[in-house]
Design a binder for this molecule. Sequence first.
Ligand SMILES: Cc1ncc(C[n+]2csc(CCOP(=O)(O)OP(=O)(O)O)c2C)c(N)n1
Length: 982
Amino acid sequence: MSSKSSARGSATEKKSAKDFSKSPIRASKEVLDRICGRAHYLTTQMIWLANNREKDKGDPKIGGHPAACASSLHITGALHLIVKSGFDYIANKPHAAPVDHSYNYLLKLMLKNAATSGTHDFASHGPDFLGQDLSRLSQDDMDKAMEGLRKFSKDGEPVFQSYHSAYDSDHHGFLPSGTVGIPPVNAGYLAHAYRFAKDHGYDVPDAHFWSIIGDSEFREGSLHEAIPDFAERELGNLTWIVDYNRQSLDGHRITNKEIMNGTDDKRIERTLLANGWDVIQVQHGHKRLELFKRAGGEVFKNFLENGLQDYELQSLLLVKDMASLRKGLMKSHPDLKSFLSGITDQELYWGLRDLGGHDIITMANAMLQSKENPRKPTMIIAHTLKGWGLENAAASGNHSSLPDQDEVDALRRAQNLSFDQGGKLADGRYFEGFDSKTEEGKYLALRGDELYSDIKSQYALRDKNWKSFQDRMQKNGEIPVAMGISLKMAQYPHTQWMLGQLTAKLTRIANAAPDAAKPEELPWRVPSELFVTMAPDVGTSTNLNPAMDGKIFGAAVTTDIETELGVKDRKLPDLVPGEENSDRFIRFEIAESNVMSCVGSYGKIREFIGIPILPLMTVYDFFIKRAHDQFFYNLYWKSSFICVGTPAGVTLSPEGAQHGWKSDFQIPNQITWEPFFCQELDWIMSESIRRHMTGDNAGRTGVIIRGVTRGAEQKAFLQNLKRQLRFKSDRSRLLHATGFEMPGAVDEAQVESLSEEEMFEVVRQDVLAGAYYLVDYRGYAGYEPGDNVVNIFALGSLTTEALKASDALLRRGIFANVIVVTSTDLLLGVQAHENDYSLLKERLQLNANLHLVPAAYTNGQGNGHGAVELAMVAGRRVPCVSVHDGEPGLMDNIGSALGVRQEALAVRKHSKCGRPNEIYAYHHLDSESIVEACGKVLSETALEQVQIAPHVLAALQQQPEAAQVEKVDWRTLWPERPSDTH
Ligand SMILES: Cc1ncc(C[n+]2csc(CCOP(=O)(O)OP(=O)(O)O)c2C)c(N)n1
């Protein structure tokens, strides 16, 4: 029963001191330091410029973080100048973005990146991430970008966002940043996704994944949630680096050394070691190492490593007068006397300041060492100085402090730039790299070209992979509109059950022998092979068993001991992990944030290396909000993924009353779905898969699907569609509902309807457009908009209540149409706003027309006497009621989008246990509440009165009868200003 050994070798493989004779360190420390010095100036200058730009009174501050940039100057330098390849990815702390830009400026790695007409023949049908222009920016444009930090790009000129962003011309190989604590986790799951893709035989470049993390950032829980996970998954291709400068935004970090058994770097070290990581401390630079060799040097070393509190070191760094520093130290630490007597003031100065994180060679060696063990991630603790090289070095509160012009000028003069002769700037220039003839220039050109060549290779590989998957899919036939799950035998199935059916089918197709595949299943072959599922310990309870059973992808750490002992329960999924090709389920502990980051990172593989892996996570909907920040990040990053929140809302009341508040978000690039019938889910999933696989999902790559565990009578779908006039073969007849005879009308049941296939094809398109009529009384005798018509919008499970309410209202002579909303985003969200609510207004043909009926005449004083001056009519629009299991804001703007009276029934209080019918009543979402709300809006709209002056009436009477009001675009009444056109 020994553990299986991994393909990646032994976990205990030592990161031994390496022979660096073939080291990638190909420039001297002096040359590298001079390059770092230039990057330091460029960084500080660009932040200064950003803050000294024209602005309006009252504008918010611009800011920037020169001190935090300086602190990571040599860490990032080691990556850019020595260690990283152009295939690697880096998640750097957000506020250090200007340093990355500065190195990329020196390496000339700013690329156009704009989507162009395409350098390949499939761009016209491909996704928006293909066809980038990879040519390098001109020197002029690079200078503009450097001058444009935090500036709005008016005419498309290159600028830089405040933090790493896909809008930057040097974004290749960088994860976007802004929220601390999230990108390093994405870097880890990206490392895992590459591992997965490689293990499944896809063409993936060798890449390493790096993160630079602030020491205060390292208290973020999101990081600690991921730490054990990354170790257990054996991510030898991941290195995290803590920029340990002992300061945060507010000032010096004051930790509890006594209780925590040492300074915070020791706690970090112990935490990571306890969680299976390798740890490398980079505490001292070369100068310190030399000092340690002097008499008493060991005592000094011990003092630095164990004697000092972090806060004490920070305070000592602020003492400028070396004589008093020496005196004070001798007094407080008498054991240092002999060492201190043997060193100069200058040596004392450096003795405190020569921190390892600013020694580019030491840093590079640590990074190279971190790549050695293929089975363990590594944490490097890089000791640094916040504000290195700046006057505000180590000063508490230096996080946002900005150097003044004199300081920046001094930094520039120290660089001897060609345009800065005699302290005067020529041609308004601020930036310059190294002359190509200098050692620095030559090295930067060599290194920049190498990285550029890697970047181009990666894009070429991406395009090649993408094309080969598209070709394979085309050969197998177009992805069908449905997976064709039979519902005939299922008793009251629910959408969560349906999810299980769909994922089980994909799993079966993915793993069937190629020759055993049924021809109609062939188009699903590629998507199913690329379909990866994952869940935070709710895989079985969200019906993913077949996708899990014997298919857990993970380090092969154990044999199947239950089987060996003969105690395996075959009814439960086999959870022993492995790295077989059929292993495609990523199992997690209860760690929603990890899974959300993982689904986001897997969802980027399509864009990074052209392999359209489609990740799907399930999660109890309530807990999506625990990973809200990660979810937002995925959407900002334009990751392409599916997140199924199931079960959702107060509908899960008997099981989880405390989990009843659904996670309703409206974020750009998100599309939410909430199917009611199982068939809808099949269409939605099939469509989402097709869009992802073919890259046809720009602006909606983050898919959220809500499922429930409340069963529904599936027959009701067709039964209700059949009653609609639009689905009758003879549409010239006036209909009445069975049991509601009307003169001149025929019982709808007597008029034949179209075939199931024909009806479903129309409704499928409606479902995918975001809403459809389930009950539609248009074409029924007595249907009088403005008198007896109301529209009920129902989302998900509450459709049952809407149907009951509609029946009850019909008995009272009210025609209540039931419109089932499948996607609130398409009906009312960002996507709907983009097309001016065309789903509501055009597809569903809803409007705010005022239907007039005569009312009492009055003389204008309201007493009914005297000369008749005004005509009174009652004006009525068709009002609506919405009902959904979620926050009111999700659907309460239908009325304002349409211009009609609306009553929104939604969840407005914390929930309780109970059966759905009790709970719906408790929240006023039940059928009776819907009837009541319909009554309210119908009555209120009936009270609307319109006063028409008799001369207007007379004028109206003279209008030709056929005159119709043309549909007018609002722009004709409110013409565009010239500036709006930009
Ligand atoms: C989640 C989140 N909270 C707060 C911030 C604002 N913020 C940016 S940097 C920073 C302090 C960072 O300190 P540290 O991690 O020690 O890095 P340093 O700047 O000292 O290198 C804070 C609070 C943020 N960007 N993200």
